[in-house]
Design a protein around this ligand. Structure first.
Ligand code: ADP
Length: 284
């Protein structure tokens, strides 16, 4: 069967103006204006009859980091898995509403979920390099899977490892197993694998929860570097992490979005009492 090439994998366009006023946290920072905007519109996600995400409308702005916080089980992981069409891989699940990438619904007719996942990459909680593959092959695997291998494979792998801040640490052991790296290096290897295919958006689901504080700091620095080129959404249970890396923060509770605002506002002057109770540690 011939797959439709969805619009979201078309070449990046040059955007010369920005529709919205720049946010205070990013106003002084040059941005790559080809990063893409993600809009969730009335997103509802079911496991059988259970709606784990309920009518969420939320925007991930280009070249910014959006944090998603909330107590365990409130639907954060489910929400981000809907954004690259991974939720539907679980039997008995379904999604309602829309997820738009620069205005185009990734759930629209004729859209290939595999192409969606190349455009919208994902980094998981536990570093998951392919255990028997070398460092090099772990990064090359993403390119091979998406048919982007090409003749310049070595250059692409190096660029991805540099982009993930890992090149200097692994350039002399590219043939060693990915699983031989430290936890923090493995997570950066997974980030390299995700960015090797040149996605527009990178979703991160608790990417530091299995890492020590130093490795966590390194990933947070990397997220800050990467946001110039990618639209980033990060699920975190660590509110300090959200405060450190995110331009805006969304607070979820019981499957619903309670509030989405600039990170400073969420932590210092939230609009909703439930947000205040959560960020001040009264529950969760
Ligand atoms: P969070 O990421 O905020 O901890 P999740 O998105 O993992 O929350 O879970 C939201 C809800 O969906 C929970 O009630 C959870 O039990 C349910 N859920 C998550 N994964 C599955 C699954 N594979 N099958 C059925 N229910 C699930």
């Amino acid at each position: 069967m011939t797959r439709t090439t969805p619009p979201m994998v078309r070449p990046r366009t040059t955007v010369t103006t920005r529709e919205d006023p720049p946010r205070t946290t990013s106003a002084s920072r040059p941005t790559d204006r080809s990063a893409r905007r993600v809009e969730l519109e009335g997103l509802t996600a079911y496991y059988g009859d259970n709606a784990a995400v309920q009518g969420v409308s939320l925007e991930f702005r280009p070249s910014e980091v959006t944090a998603i916080i909330g107590p365990s089980g409130c639907g954060k992981s489910t929400l981000v898995r809907c954004v690259n069409r991974m939720h539907e891989e679980i039997p008995g699940t379904r999604v309602e509403g829309a997820v738009k990438l620069d205005g185009e619904d990734i759930y629209g007719p004729g859209i290939d979920p595999v192409a969606v996942r190349a455009a919208i990459g994902m980094v998981f909680q536990k570093p998951n390099p392919f255990p028997t593959m070398s460092v090099f092959d772990n990064v090359a695997a993403g390119l091979r899977l998406t048919g982007k291998r090409g003749r310049n494979l070595n250059a692409r792998v190096e660029a991805a490892l540099r982009g993930a801040g890992l090149w200097d640490e692994v350039k002399d052991r590219l043939g060693k197993p990915g699983s031989a790296l430290s936890g923090g290096q493995q997570q950066r290897l997974c980030i390299a694998r995700a960015i090797a295919v040149e996605p527009e958006v990178v979703l991160m689901d608790e990417p530091c929860s299995a890492l020590d504080p130093q490795a966590t700091l390194r990933i947070e620095e990397l997220i800050t570097e990467l946001k110039n080129r990618y639209t980033i959404a990060i699920v975190t249970h660590n509110m300090q992490q959200a405060a450190r890396v995110a331009d805006s923060t969304a607070f979820m509770l019981n499957g619903e979005l309670v509030e989405h605002a600039l990170t400073d506002k969420i932590f210092t002057n939230p609009s909703d009492k439930r947000t205040e109770d959560y960020v001040t540690g009264r529950f969760g």
